[in-house]
Design a protein around this ligand. Structure first.
Ligand SMILES: *Cc1c(COP(=O)(O)O)cnc(C)c1O
Length: 391
């Protein structure tokens, strides 16, 4: 039987980060002493007041469809957040609540890109972007960066990649997988290039709140009203409120794009889960003090891991100022990333994600969203592994 898988689906590779995480979890479940650095989610629990708001909504029978674009009170709370924290004036009608930041990325790309369009994606990139672009029938144009520029694309490199077919530029700061944070000046320079060439920007700001060493996350939409008119912000509840399993995100877009995304969503997923949205209202309108505690702990782990990595022969690592990832360079070991990670898991039972998944084969991604004890144990093992290679 020939099932004739569609061209769009056949072109996709399944998510490697989820695959590694699943493998490490399976080894752990089988009783093996695995140290996992693969996690793409905070290891903290969702704050109690958020869970309570959701539980209350469920108990009260808030279990029916909501508008496809989300509850009016949640869209208003998100618009307030952008006004309060980013100085951006969105109407609630410009906010589309979705089933996760990932879902919003897909909706944005699907609503703005088509066959013949090019989408510029700096590498290392979040691995879903190129696959989503392909699903929309458009072509990902990958522009590599290295640790020499802290994995940041320069305005000149962006300009050089633009053609008459360029439709969208994908910006993700703070970055997954590198943790890099563009400075406000760097953000503006990239935004200016996009303005000059009438290229839309999808700005994935899901790690906005996870910053260290005094780094500042500026939204490109905040550079000027003209920048805002060409930018779609993607955001969500997964990272700063530790709500990955809730499946809730949003985008904030110019009105015509928001309307198109609303239409796409109304014919695909419809609304995100009704009672989960009540939890999201509590997340935005309730206390935010959990964040300082989490950031202090993430920062301790980041510094500990970074110090250890730079003492390991063959490795070098930029001290990234955002998210919860470090992205060490492994070129000095003589191994490429898939080989490195497979042998590390085999020899030392340490799970890391090969950089090739993010378009950067000389690096691996380590998540420090895991306990300090795990970080210490895991880095000792990585050191032993690298010393064994050097012999
Ligand atoms: C985690 C993440 C998202 C969104 O995740 P959801 O769980 O779908 O909300 C979006 N972009 C990046 C870069 C991420 O790391």
């Amino acid at each position: 039987m020939n099932y004739n898988i569609s061209r769009q689906a056949a072109a996709l590779s399944p998510s490697l980060t989820l695959a590694i995480d699943a493998k490490a979890k399976a080894m752990k479940a089988a009783g093996e002493d695995v140290v996992g650095f693969g996690a793409g989610e905070p290891d903290f629990d969702t704050p109690a007041h958020i869970k309570e708001a959701c539980a209350r909504a469920l108990a009260d029978g808030f279990t029916k469809y909501t508008p496809a674009a989300g509850l009016p009170e949640l869209r208003a709370a998100i618009a307030d957040k952008h006004q309060r924290e980013n100085g951006l004036a969105f109407k609630p009608s410009q906010i589309i609540v979705s089933c996760g930041g990932k879902h919003s990325c897909f909706n944005v790309i699907f609503a703005t890109c088509q066959e013949g369009d090019e989408v510029i994606i700096p590498a290392p990139y979040w691995l879903s972007y190129p696959e989503m672009v392909k699903m929309a029938g458009a072509r990902p144009v990958i522009v590599p960066t290295t640790d020499r520029t802290e994995f940041k694309l320069t305005a000149d490199a962006l300009r050089a990649a633009i053609t008459p077919r360029t439709r969208l530029f994908i910006l993700n700061s703070p970055s997954n997988p590198t943790g890099s944070v563009y400075t406000p000046d760097e953000i503006k320079a990239l935004g200016d290039v996009c303005l000059e060439h009438r290229v839309l920007i999808m700005s994935d700001e899901i790690y906005e709140h996870l910053l260290y060493d005094g780094a500042v996350a500026r939204s490109v939409a905040g550079c000027s009203p003209a920048h805002a008119a060409q930018t779609i912000i993607v955001h969500g509840f997964a990272k700063a409120w530790s709500m990955t399993g809730w499946r809730l995100g949003w985008c904030a877009a110019p009105e015509p794009i928001a309307r198109a995304i609303d239409a796409v969503q109304s014919h695909s997923t419809s609304n995100p889960t009704s009672f989960a949205q009540k939890g999201a209202v509590a997340a935005l309108t309730g206390p935010q003090d959990h964040l300082q505690t989490w950031l202090a702990e993430f920062d301790r782990r980041r510094t500990r891991a970074w110090n250890a990595l730079n003492r390991i022969p063959g490795l070098s690592c930029v001290k990234a100022k955002g998210a919860f990832y470090l992205f060490p360079n492994i070129a000095g070991t003589g191994l490429k990333s898939t080989d490195f990670c497979a042998r590390l898991l085999e020899a030392e039972k340490v799970a890391a994600v090969p950089g090739i998944a993010f378009g950067a084969d000389d690096y691996i991604r380590l998540s420090y969203a895991t306990s300090m004890a795990n970080i210490e144990k895991g880095l000792e093992r990585i050191e032993r592994f690298c010393r064994s290679l050097a012999r």
